[in-house]
Design a protein around this ligand. Structure first.
Ligand code: NAD
Length: 488
């Protein structure tokens, strides 16, 4: 029998289910971008709070602005908007049915229903997960007023096609009716994500109504927030996992046990008491972001470039490779952690121990290919700043130089077993050309990728990098990882 309010009572006793009466919940949040991550992360925190008897007036209304979201709406409404969360912990798998979302708004051209609902005073937070690329930023990170969607919404502010156009239209009504501002809460993986959301919404409003833009900027809040939880996509395997628990869920979500949500306490129209269920409120989200980007996201690059060369398919598989695991731990502990500041709950060394455990979880199938994606933005964003800081203070960069050499070797486009690496970067052709040239002249990688800036001419870095890349081409990845281990 399909999952529904009516069948909740018949689920096996091993499945945890909502302890609150869903019929008594009333909405407070509209969430745009009802993929997997929201349901495993933000919605779970709210669910736990509701289990505790709190936040019964903060239920979620799901929403989507893309035609493809209609299918998700049908799936979720077909099961009373319930979601099964399946936790994949090394110690075992468990399932829980969650119900903080009570409806999914119509997905339609012009977004009339979404705008009307966001204009009602009971909605006090509009949250989003629309992917990192969904914020209409240009190459330099600024607002992209030339994007066709943005031009459309500027010319047709009553019938927008973007989430931001819908927010602007709803805020216009709220200003005019006296319903007041709401909080825009970005839950995408972007540095300074609240500031990014504010800029997109305010800049779009300014194109059609400068007074409204000023009102939004002055009255709405857009807290910066750092989100973390590894949540794979759902396919037949995940649906079968739910069935194994006796649950017929059309869209279950799997996730790791670890979750983190750190945000600024800036909510112009109130918020649920999330601090009661493990959310950290702080004025210094930046410090938590730096810890995550420099250690976790950079760590993914340390593993994935070598993992691709060695044809290791998953992050957990990379952590099982002795040479690669040693390389990862040594670079993280000896070269990166000393450059990262502590946060109140954790030192960078404890954070490394935590990600070693998370990355080693073989129940989570996170592919090397996914993690190796977009090196041309990830290496400059996550690794190069640490290299610069260490060079400036005269500290060693041997392992980080090897990480860059592994990336340059990966970008030749062939694994060591001769198989081809499917393009995994927007600048792939350019990177392959530079990597090929660097086979015989390693400095070519630093010069012609255009991604290293001053680092390309730093003698200590360039020499270490060139030595590692020549050795990688001559001897192969595993022997070089062993040589690195012998030196450290
Ligand atoms: P998903 O593919 O399951 O869902 C993405 C959702 O965003 C869909 O509803 C889609 O329709 C919508 N969307 C995509 N592009 C859009 C656009 N341009 N405008 C409006 N809506 C758009 O992905 P997910 O796993 O839910 O992840 C979503 C985001 O959450 C990620 O991009 C990331 O920023 C953040 N996040 C995810 C994870 C994870 O492990 N999955 C971890 C941390 C953060």
């Amino acid at each position: 029998t399909p999952l529904s309010d009516a069948t909740l009572g018949r689920l096996p006793g091993t499945v945890r289910r909502p302890r609150y009466d869903r019929a008594r919940l009333s909405p407070g949040i509209v969430h745009i971008g009802l993929g997997n991550f929201h349901r495993a992360h933000q919605a779970w925190y709210l669910h736990r709070l509701m289990d505790d008897g709190a936040a019964q007036d903060w239920a979620i209304l799901g929403a989507g602005v893309r035609p493809a979201d209609a299918a998700q709406r049908a799936r979720l409404r077909g099961q009373d908007c319930l979601t099964t969360l399946i936790e994949l912990a090394p110690s075992g798998t468990s399932a829980e049915v969650t119900g903080p979302m009570i409806d999914f708004l119509p997905v339609e051209d012009g977004n009339a229903a979404l705008i009307a609902r966001m204009a009602e005073p009971d909605i006090r937070i509009v949250s989003l997960t629309v992917t990192e690329g969904g914020y209409y930023r240009d190459a330099s990170g600024g607002f992209d007023a030339d994007d066709p969607d943005i031009r459309h919404d500027a010319a047709n502010p009553q019938t927008p096609r973007t989430a931001f156009g819908a927010m602007v239209a709803a805020l216009r009504r709220r200003r005019d009716t006296g319903a007041g501002p709401f909080t825009g809460l970005c839950c995408d993986n972007l540095q300074g994500n609240g500031a990014v959301l504010r800029r997109t919404v305010v800049s779009l409003a300014r194109l059609s109504d400068p007074d409204l833009a000023d009102w939004i900027d002055a009255t709405c809040s857009f807290p910066n927030a750092m989100v973390d939880c590894i949540v794979p996509a759902t396919g037949p395997k995940e649906i079968a996992l739910a069935q194994g628990f006796g649950i017929d869920d059309a869209a279950p979500v799997t996730h790791e046990r670890f979750r983190q949500w750190v945000m600024e306490d800036e909510f112009c129209a109130g918020r649920p008491e999330w601090e009661r269920v493990g959310v950290t409120f702080t004025d210094d989200v930046h410090a938590y972001e730096m810890m995550k980007l420099r250690l976790l996201n950079a760590g993914h690059q340390l593993l994935a470039n070598a993992g691709e060369l060695l044809s290791v398919e998953t992050v957990a598989g990379c952590m099982e490779h002795p040479g690669l695991r040693h390389f990862f731990q040594t670079v993280e502990m000896q070269e990166i952690a000393p450059e990262v500041a502590s946060v109140p709950e954790m030192s960078p060394q404890d954070y490394v121990a935590l990600i070693v455990r998370r990355f080693s979880n073989a129940a989570i199938v996170d592919t090397t290919r996914r993690v190796a994606f977009d090196g041309s933005s990830r290496h400059p964003g996550f690794l190069h700043p640490t290299i610069r800081e260490r060079l400036a203070s005269g500290r060693g960069i041997d392992g980080l130089a090897l990480a860059e050499a592994l990336w340059a070797r990966m970008c030749t486009g062939l694994r060591e077993d001769g198989s081809e690496i499917v393009p995994n970067d927007p600048r792939w052709d350019h990177l392959v050309a530079a990597a090929q040239e660097a086979r015989t002249r390693p400095a070519a990688w630093l010069e012609s990728t255009g991604l290293y800036g001053d680092l390309a001419h730093d003698r200590r870095f360039a020499e270490a990098f060139q030595a590692w890349l020549s050795q990688l081409h001559r001897d192969g990845t595993s022997p070089i990882l062993e040589r690195f281990a012998a030196r450290t």
